[in-house]
Design a protein around this ligand. Structure first.
Ligand SMILES: *Cc1c(COP(=O)(O)O)cnc(C)c1O
Length: 405
């Protein structure tokens, strides 16, 4: 389908909202995206017409719901270029996916083993590895970020050794917007016999993904940043890795047999989906993928970058404006500060003009430390944002700069 931003906006009821008497300009897409009618309706429709628990009943609606749920798994697999639906585990979100991997590898990580992450990781790709440092004496190494916000690839290369057990990197930073060359890095990790985890939460929404082509062992994404509901995410793992990983939660559905003396596990991905899964949310994610993939991802990406560049051109005229993250390969995330002003104050003033941006650490405290700052304001653009909204951002930031100087 051809790309027409006004037509796309028409599918998002919430975008017609007024905030403080002004038209909403929603520029907080890296935190979460709004939902099109197709997604809202798909979830309601399922609950209105066919709903039961999955995998357990023999009655008609149990079968229909199971089909819809497993159908959503196939959609995620196709979306990520995974070989089979069985390579996809449903989780609560990207955070749970990363925790699942880290926990699943517990038996394989011991004292002195090295885990390589980077300074630009989201806390959800830092904290689960700290658990291994605390409990096992594992060593976490942080790949430095250069001044322009790009990853220091030479440093990464020299850090990888026979001690490396895991390399876990963000594909696209939620603050800097930096897109890391995952495909280039993968062979370095493989050569050391280490496991390569990719936090693809932002990348999945801003570029076409093929996990097999990337060459990673694991890839994590979340539904609510892909125009889908909250409470659902997905983990891709190679068949070998999913066999190797310990289960995360114990309970119904994840076992084959339970005896007083021992248990046997179900096959992946069910081994990792204990209890009743987020059925309606998974179906909502499937609907979000159907909706999103009717557009050309390359075209969406170009549109978002055009809005980003337009906003950046305007903001650069403001004297106190300081951009954080200007890597050659970057997506449509614009983190900034106004010198002498607190990011929270900037965001609050923008809100008066109906412009919604985030302010804070963005769950990336080591990155803030790297740049010697406590927080940033952040405008992040999605499929439905317009050049006019970029102009409104610039005008509102100008007013904030004037007011806070
Ligand atoms: C949002 C985000 C996460 C966490 O995703 P949740 O859905 O909140 O679990 C992890 N990594 C990155 C890069 C993110 O942007």
């Amino acid at each position: 389908m051809g790309f027409n931003v006004e037509e796309i906006r028409g599918q998002f009821p919430i975008l017609s909202r007024k905030i403080n008497g002004k038209q909403l300009a929603y520029l907080d897409n890296a935190a979460s995206t709004q939902k099109p009618t197709a997604v809202i309706k798909a979830m309601t429709h399922q609950m209105e017409t066919s709903y039961a628990n999955v995998h357990r009943g023999l009655h008609t609606m149990a079968n229909e719901t199971t089909e819809a749920y497993e159908g959503a798994r196939q959609k995620v697999a196709d979306f990520l270029g995974a070989p089979e639906a069985e390579n996809i585990v449903f989780t609560k979100g990207a955070t749970e996916a990363l925790n699942l991997i880290a926990y699943g590898l517990s038996d394989e990580i011991g004292e002195g083993d090295e885990i390589i992450i980077s300074q630009m990781e989201h806390h959800s790709n830092i904290v689960p590895w700290h658990f291994h440092r605390e409990r096992k004496g594992a060593v976490i190494k942080f790949v430095p970020v250069r001044d322009d916000g790009s990853l220091d690839l030479d440093a990464l290369k020299s850090m990888i050794s026979s001690k490396t057990k895991v390399v876990s990197l963000v594909h696209m930073s939620n603050v800097l917007g930096t897109i890391n060359p995952i495909k280039e890095i993968a062979p370095w990790v493989k050569a050391a016999g280490a496991i390569f985890v990719v936090d693809g939460t932002q990348a999945a929404v801003h570029m076409p993904i093929n996990v097999q082509d990337l060459g990673c062992d694991f890839f994590c994404m979340t539904g609510h940043k892909l125009y889908g509901p909250t409470g659902i995410g997905a983990l891709y793992g190679t068949s070998d890795m999913l066999e190797r990983l310990r289960p995360f939660n114990g309970g119904g559905e994840m076992i084959e047999d339970v005896f007083e003396t021992h248990i046997t596990y179900n096959d992946p991905p069910h081994k990792f989906e204990a209890g009743t899964p987020p059925i309606i949310q998974a179906i909502g994610l499937g609907a979000a993928i159907d909706w999103y993939t009717q557009y050309d991802p390359a075209e969406i990406h170009l549109h978002e970058l055009a809005v980003y560049s337009h906003a950046l051109d305007g903001l650069r005229n403001i004297n106190s404006f300081r951009l954080i993250g200007d890597a050659p390969q970057k997506g449509s995330v614009l983190a900034f500060n106004l010198e002498g002003a607190h990011a929270h104050d900037v965001a609050q003033i923008l809100d008066k003009y109906g412009v919604a941006v985030r302010a804070g650490q963005h769950c990336t405290q080591p990155l803030m430390e790297r740049f010697g700052i406590h927080s940033t304001a952040r405008a992040s653009f999605g499929i439905y944002n317009t050049l006019d909204e970029a102009d409104r951002l610039v005008e509102a930031v100008k007013k904030a700069a004037h007011f806070l100087s």
